[in-house]
Design a protein around this ligand. Structure first.
Ligand code: ARG
Length: 463
């Protein structure tokens, strides 16, 4: 009788034991055990299908399900003994099942391969991570809406080239962040469509000779449908790359929010106060309060972009179908999901507690001749060509710089020396309030429009 070596996959084929280092080198159990519950979920569905098509008896089916449920408990209770000898999460669970229920355990793998099994596990895992990430984005968006509503009238300088450009409302600025997150969510939902397709049944690469019912398994696992081609099923990791791409964009957005928070909380801007709970001190400079959380989030955006590159390079030039290279997809994927979840959580918790220093924002908006465009628009409304108006305003700004005054602080006589069509009503447009109030079209910064945008967004988020 053939000697069955439980410690080595396909043992009968081998005459030599695996090199001790190679065993460690090729094992993935240290990181893929994270997909244990998905692996069990997939196995339960597979066993149910094998039972349905008559491959497993009632008793075998019941034993397998009970055994898998026991293992699930053991894993949740941290009692499960993971072994590197069993290489990965799939083999560890299957070996334990056989230990628990005997021969029936060995029948679970009928009509299946670890190649379609692992592809299924990753998809199940990613699907639930996407759902968690989307709910965290919803939390962050809700926080942004609350602050935007509160600060709909608060005036701050809007920047281009990080130079004061035109006054905007703080609420409007926060709603710009909100919009980025709207797109982020759309991208995740779109990616989810391609994640939620079931590769199980492709087996190693060519399918199986058993009369499997893939639609049934897909339904049990709540996949939208089974995949269409067995070779593609086991080798496709496009969905993982898409997830990393969507994740990279989210992190890029968070890094931009972070950068603004870091700048705004500096002594030079002094627009906001970050909550103490989200900052730390310096070990040497007692006066310091460092914006650690936004800085760390900004830094972490790099690693997610790196994971996207790793996954793209991992798949580049791989011949069909499954290759062991693919084992390298897990760590970048897991870390992408973890980083997104942690960073979004930090932001969602921090945003509601940001204090806005309205007076400083207002003062800064007054400083950079931010209503110069409003003066030009005023002249145009009075009949001047825009290019001429641009010239007139340039002269007025020059006078302001030379005498260290804002446009609104120049006298009517002083303004009239540049154009006699300027009258007393010019001061309405030179004020910051007048400037923002006039931008009341769809998408504009006027407080009324900001409140409207917040209401609309609340309705869309169902809050
Ligand atoms: N641990 C492997 C992975 O993560 C599972 C599939 C292994 N299949 C194989 N034929 N070696 O991809």
């Amino acid at each position: 009788m053939t000697q069955v070596n439980q410690d080595k996959l396909s043992s009968a084929r081998f005459t030599q034991a695996t090199d001790a280092f190679v065993e460690i080198f090729t094992a993935s159990v240290d990181f893929d055990q994270r997909m244990a519950q998905q692996d069990i979920q997939g196995s339960i569905a597979h066993a149910s299908m094998l039972h349905r098509i008559g491959v497993l008896t009632d008793i075998e089916h019941d034993e397998i399900i009970k055994g898998l449920e026991t293992i699930s408990q053991e894993i949740s209770n941290r009692e499960f003994q993971w072994s590197i000898k069993q290489e990965d999460v799939h083999m560890n669970i299957e070996a334990r099942l056989t230990e628990l229920i005997g021969i029936a355990g060995k029948k679970l793998h009928t009509g299946r391969s670890r190649n379609d099994q692992v592809a299924t596990d990753i998809r199940l895992y990613l699907r639930s991570e996407i759902d968690s990430i989307i709910s965290l984005i919803n939390c962050l968006q809700t926080a942004l809406l609350d602050v935007a509503e509160r600060e709909a009238e608060t005036i701050m300088p809007g920047f281009t080239h990080l130079q004061v450009a035109q006054p905007v409302t703080f609420g409007h600025h926060l709603m710009a962040w909100f919009e980025m997150l709207v797109r982020d969510k759309e991208r995740l939902l779109d990616c989810r469509k391609r994640v939620n397709i079931m590769p199980l049944g492709a087996a190693a690469l060519a399918g199986t000779s058993y009369p499997i019912d893939r639609d049934y398994v897909a339904k049990l696992l709540e996949f939208d449908r089974p995949t269409a081609n067995s070779l593609d099923s086991v080798s496709d990791r496009d969905f993982a790359i898409e997830f990393a791409a969507a994740g990279s964009l989210i992190m890029m957005h968070l890094s931009r929010f972070s950068e603004e928070l870091v700048l705004w909380s500096s002594a030079q801007f002094d627009f906001i106060e970050l909550p103490d709970a989200f900052c730390t001190g310096s070990s040497i400079m007692p006066q310091k309060k460092n914006p650690d959380v936004p800085e760390l989030v900004r830094g972490k955006s790099g690693r997610v972009a790196g994971h996207l590159m790793s996954l793209l390079m991992l798949m580049k030039s791989q011949p069909l179908a499954y290759n062991k290279d693919n084992q390298e997809d897990k760590e970048p994927l897991f870390d992408t999901a973890d980083t997104l979840i942690n960073c979004l959580r930090a932001f969602a918790d921090m945003i509601p507690h940001i204090q806005c220093k309205k007076q400083n924002m207002y003062k800064a908006a007054k400083q950079g001749f931010s209503t110069a465009t409003d003066l030009a628009d005023y002249l145009v409304r009075k009949g001047m060509a825009f290019r001429d108006a641009h010239e007139v305003v340039g002269l007025a700004v020059r006078l302001g710089i030379d005498s260290n005054r804002d446009l609104s602080e120049l006298s009517l006589e002083e303004l009239q020396q540049f154009s006699d069509i300027i009258t007393e009503d010019v001061y309405d447009v030179l004020s910051l309030e007048g400037s923002v109030a006039s931008r009341k079209h769809l998408g504009g910064t006027a407080p009324g429009r900001v409140r409207e945008a917040v209401q609309l967004a609340k309705k869309q988020l169902k809050i």
